[in-house]
Write a protein that binds this ligand. Structure first.
Ligand code: FAD
Length: 506
């Protein structure tokens, strides 16, 4: 596969997209090169910004003929997960942000058809401009991230429809040999149910395009959430780390039985304190955690937060909401000490207010301030899932805390909870400018990954440079995924090595 591109290759690619949409100067490539890997930046050979599916197809055709490696991204805002970089340097990055049209909006059946460049902020604006009948499901990360890119990487949001890949339907995909597939019912020429009925006929191929490198998605349907008549948020805080078990047991039952329809977030004190900080905390000694655990009780008191903070939202007629939140409060309080913050008060706190926006379909990126834990803060996000039960939540907390402490990092975590499992969402935050910090973060992350795997917990969304390591533990699953690669991408031009998938036998 390619190293630096020959002039003839660049010329041919420039003819497809237009020379103004080819980036090949070092300063232009830098934003696409920033890597969390201690090995340093990972520069692409060039970046192409195509404007249509036809251009994407022509690029794929050239890549097959000339043996180039292509790395598709929608907006490249994979904060904490590898940003815009490919597994290896010298790829041709295909950046799809110019393809940012909302192609269809069905206001009866509640779906849109989007190109990959459409952002959360853009979709929210569009829905507001069209009467606000539907909500999108935002993330707590960058508002200019891509709705499709996030879903294709199995991203999650905070509304009741927070499983983002689950909201996709009728994917249009340029596969590795340049042909175009529409998944599901859309495989039938002229199908009228491409965006309304899931499943199609025979095997469901949609799922193959989540976290893979079999194709470049050029449009897809996204199901929306009908805007409810009212919504009300809440925060329930418990005083000690070991109260996590009882809080999770109550929250789990309420989530499964529909008492709390939003994604529930259970954030620890350090996570909230980091977001609250108006500016980066002063640097502790190299190798020491930025907040000493002994300081935490006083900081919790000063900021009015608990050791764990359960944040969620309920929906329905406005006049019913307060009474329903009171019932939730009773359920949590029955298990031990609890502080309840009604939405109006919680909105005053920086660590909580933004969460109500995103649970109500309004993008808000305040959470990026979690990086204020350090000067030049950046992170590797550790995202294993555990069953939604107190005992396993406590096990995950104790293991993570121990490993973070041993490696000199603050235990910074929030559990994002769906009905049966909780995604441990734990940024290992480090000072990106400090010597050796990236290597220490990597070591910590590796140990977290392997010790969690030993305990039966899989990291389902690893950063780019850990994907191979995680897939290597998955036996036949990984082997078959590599075999499938050949059917979609016989010359292996798409993102070689992503999730450990390439044509070379391992
Ligand atoms: C503080 C903070 C909060 C965050 N909160 C959340 C959150 O709530 N939920 C969440 O899910 N994430 C969250 N993130 C992580 C991340 O920022 C988001 O997931 C973001 O949406 C990813 O960037 P993107 O949408 O631009 O996707 P991209 O970077 O464009 O895409 C992600 C990956 O998918 C693949 N891909 C993208 N587009 C295509 C395509 N068209 N065809 C084929 N493959 C493609 C590529 O391999 C790419 O690397 C958070 C990060 C931080 C730092």
């Amino acid at each position: 596969m390619s190293t630096a591109l020959a002039q003839g290759e660049i010329g041919e690619l420039a003819q497809i997209v237009g020379s103004e949409w080819v980036l090949d100067q070092r300063e232009q490539l830098l934003p696409y090169a920033v890597s969390l890997d201690p090995a340093g930046d990972c520069f692409p050979a060039t970046v192409l910004r195509p404007g249509s599916r036809e251009e994407v197809q022509r690029i794929v055709e050239v890549a097959n003929r000339r043996g180039l490696s292509l790395h598709p991204i929608s907006r490249g805002m994979q904060h904490g997960l590898g940003m815009a970089t490919a597994v290896a340097p010298d790829t041709v990055t295909i950046e799809l942000s110019r393809m940012d049209r909302i192609l269809e909006y069905d206001d009866e059946l509640g779906y849109v058809v989007l190109e990959p460049g459409v952002t959360f902020a853009q979709l929210h604006r569009f829905l507001e401009e069209h009467g606000g009948r539907y909500w999108c499901s935002p993330i707590s990360g960058p508002v200019e991230a891509s709705v499709l890119g996030n879903a294709l990487d199995k991203g999650a949001g905070y509304t009741p429809v927070g499983n983002h890949f689950g909201n996709l339907i009728g994917l249009e995909v340029v596969i590795g040999d340049g042909r175009v597939l529409t998944t599901g019912d859309g495989a039938l020429p002229g199908a009228k149910t491409t965006y309304t009925h899931k499943g199609g006929c025979g095997p469901m191929l949609d799922a193959l395009f989540a976290q893979s490198n079999y194709g470049i998605v050029t449009k897809a349907g996204v199901w929306l959430m009908p805007a409810p008549p009212g919504a009300r948020g809440f925060v329930f805080s418990v005083p000690d780390y070991d109260d996590l078990g009882r809080a999770v047991d109550v929250a789990g039952r309420l989530k499964l039985t529909g008492g709390i329809p939003s994604t529930i977030s259970i954030a620890n004190d350090v996570f909230c304190l980091a977001v609250e900080a108006a500016e980066p905390r002063p640097m502790a000694e190299p190798g020491a955690a930025p907040i000493d655990e002994g300081e935490l009780p006083a900081l919790r008191e000063a900021h009015g937060i608990g050791a764990w903070n359960v944040v969620g939202c309920i929906y329905g007629p406005s006049e019913t909401l307060e009474a329903r939140v009171e019932k939730l409060e009773q359920a949590f309080a029955a298990t031990g000490p609890l502080a309840y913050l009604p939405e109006e008060e919680a909105r005053e706190r920086k660590a909580f207010g933004y969460r109500f926006d995103i649970a109500k379909g309004v993008p808000n990126e305040t959470e990026l301030d979690v990086y204020n834990l350090h000067p030049n803060g950046t992170s590797l996000y550790f995202l294993p899932s555990v069953p939604f039960r107190g005992a396993e939540a406590l096990e995950a907390m104790r293991l993570s805390r121990l490993i973070c402490t041993e490696h000199g990092f603050a235990y910074t975590n929030q559990f994002l909870c769906s009905p049966r499992s909780m995604r441990n969402t734990q940024p290992v935050i480090f000072d990106g400018g400090a010597d050796g910090a990236a290597q220490r973060a990597r070591d910590c992350f590796s140990e977290l990954t392997s010790r969690f795997a030993d305990s039966g917990y899989l990291v389902s969304r690893p950063p780019t440079h850990f994907q191979q390591e995680v897939m290597d533990g998955l036996g036949l699953h990984a082997e078959l995924a590599r075999s499938v690669k050949r059917a979609f991408d016989p010359n292996g031009v798409l993102d070689p090595g992503r999730f450990g998938l390439s044509l070379e036998d391992r």
